[in-house]
Design a protein around this ligand. Structure first.
Ligand code: HEM
Length: 505
């Protein structure tokens, strides 16, 4: 380590130490693991699968909020639905900000309202997004979702081995059509490559504490070529990719719109609105917001939807009886004349329960996205300092045995009463979509697409374990990756046609 870096670390550590002692003397923080002076929990904070350690800390310290600290930054983990409701919902004024992550700024992801600080910029994008994705607006996209799901079924028939790629294509092609009016023909389309890379960057930079520079702001001044300057090299490489994600599909949609040869989409609707504005400044203001809001929708929909469906495939491999029950309900309710439609949702609560259970059993973002508190606060007598990074542990909330008995088991029936109707007293897994004013605004759209995909895949196929050359079933490992998005380690699945419904030509 260079003299400069050592000096920077020492100065920052001294400041954190002084601040730490000042606060600890004054307030009672929520319980948490023992901290060392200066560095706090730098060495005993988990580095992977954090949600499991945070949940265990909750049990160990018998508290639904726990605290740890790294080099002066306070982290508050919210481990129960009650605490999440109280802090993120009732006190949303204070708990709706996002942490200031340098890599989010340097890569340009900060332009998206998903990672932007709470304020007017965030509000403008969220408002525009809401206009097109609120519950009453999403039926407009049912036709597009139906087309995407039919493509999925057709592709699964043609090359079932590539099922994961087909699921990705379904999620990506649907959101690109809805947002930009683009019609993708293959999974090799460069737009999917852009989004794939951008979301990978998102996943790397949003893990709390992933970059040391967030604790030692002085490292900002380290040159890119210097040890400790890796973040600068990465940011320089990633920034153009993130920029392309916002700009390339938008520009394409704008070009088609100007030529008059376009498919109607959210972007073309906004472009006509822009065209009706009188002043150039107003036009520019709306366009600036539209570019980043649409890019955010495109990116936010892709991995989340894919991941929910990959978890569904895994659950079906592991629980054939659930699959058989779901297919029985589909056969009884719809028969074989036509594929399931979104309009069938109200008559197929079992499929809805399967979807809920996928999101509860394996929430795609087990720690949601981090929030930040803007003012000092108090919860159950514990002090929550202003500027704390507040982590809603969706995993712990959705695996709370008091709400969901036998939480590790995949049991859609938990959401159903004796007559097979959805129970009002078992909460739907909303924690999978985050909290308060930051709650996922794409959830209505996601619910429809995921539901339709589950219903159609189960109507058309049996999902089974493939067999190896010795005729033995290939078991999925059931292991997961760690990160903002937690994916199952790649596994094989076979899709056997049931012959019950016609496969789209
Ligand atoms: C099953 C699928 C999905 C899951 C599990 C999911 C989950 C989440 C989570 C956990 C958050 C963070 C909330 C928080 O900070 O408290 C979020 C935010 C967000 N999601 Fe989703 N999401 C899904 C689908 C979608 C879709 C389809 C879209 C777009 C059409 C979308 C758009 C967004 C946006 C724009 C944000 C940022 C909101 C903000 O910071 O104000 N999501 N989502």
């Amino acid at each position: 380590m260079s003299t400069f870096t050592t000096l920077a670390l020492a100065t920052a550590s001294l400041i954190s130490f002084l601040l730490y002692h000042h606060r600890v003397r004054k307030y009672k923080l929520p319980p948490g693991p023992p901290r060392l002076p200066i560095i706090g929990n730098l060495f005993n904070a988990p580095k992977s699968f954090e949600w499991l350690t945070y949940q265990a800390w909750g049990h160990q310290y018998n508290s639904d909020v726990v605290h740890f600290q790294i080099l002066g930054t306070n982290f508050i983990v919210v481990n129960s639905a009650g605490a999440a409701d109280e802090l993120f919902d009732r006190r949303s004024n204070n708990f709706s900000d996002r942490p200031d992550i340098l890599m989010v700024q340097l890569t340009g992801w900060i332009r998206s309202f998903g990672l932007m600080q709470y304020g007017d910029g965030w509000r403008a994008q969220r408002r525009l997004f809401h206009q097109y994705f609120r519950a009453s607006a999403v039926p407009t996209y049912h036709q597009s979702s139906a087309t995407a799901v039919q493509d999925l079924i057709r592709n699964l028939c043609r090359s079932p081995d590539q099922w994961m790629q087909h699921v990705r294509f379904m999620a990506g092609s649907n959101i690109l059509r809805v947002v930009y009016g683009m019609e993708l023909v293959s999974a090799e389309d460069p737009s999917l490559d852009i989004i794939e890379k951008s979301v990978e960057i998102f996943s790397k930079i949003t893990v709390a504490g992933a970059y040391l520079v967030d604790y030692f702001p002085m490292l900002k001044h380290v040159p890119a070529w210097f040890p400790g300057g890796r973040f600068k090299r990465e940011a320089a490489e990633w920034r153009p990719i993130v920029n392309d994600m916002f700009v390339v599909p938008y520009d394409q949609a704008k070009e088609s719109f100007s030529s008059g040869d376009y498919k109607p989409s959210i972007t073309t609707e906004i472009l006509s609105e822009i065209g009706q504005l009188k002043r150039e400044t107003e036009q520019k203001a709306l366009e600036d917001v539209a570019i980043v809001t649409m890019g955010s929708a495109f990116a936010a929909a892709y991995d989340t939807t894919t991941l929910t469906l990959v978890n569904f495939v895994l659950a079906m491999l592991l629980c054939p009886h659930v699959q058989a029950e779901a297919q029985k309900k589909l056969d009884e309710t719809i028969g074989s004349d036509r594929p399931p439609e979104i309009a069938d949702k109200s008559t197929l609560p079992y499929i809805t329960a399967v979807m809920y259970e996928c999101l509860r059993w394996r929430p795609p973002l087990p720690l949601s996205l981090p929030h930040r508190s803007t003012a000092d606060d108090e919860y159950k007598g514990f002090h929550i300092p202003a500027g704390s990074i507040v982590i809603g542990n969706a995993w712990a909330i959705l695996h709370d045995p008091a709400r969901y008995p036998d939480p590790e088991k995949f049991l859609p029936e938990r959401f159903l009463d004796a007559h097979g109707a959805l129970r009002a007293d078992v909460p739907e897994p909303l924690a999978a979509f985050g909290y308060g004013r930051r709650v996922c605004p794409g959830r209505h759209f996601a619910y429809d697409l995921v539901w339709l995909a589950i219903a159609n895949v189960l109507a058309a196929f049996d999902i089974v374990k493939p067999v190896d050359v010795h005729g033995r079933p290939v078991e999925p490992s059931g292991e997961y990756t760690s990160g903002t998005f937690s994916f199952p380690v790649p596994f094989q699945a076979a899709f056997r046609m049931r012959g019950k419904v016609a496969i789209p030509a």
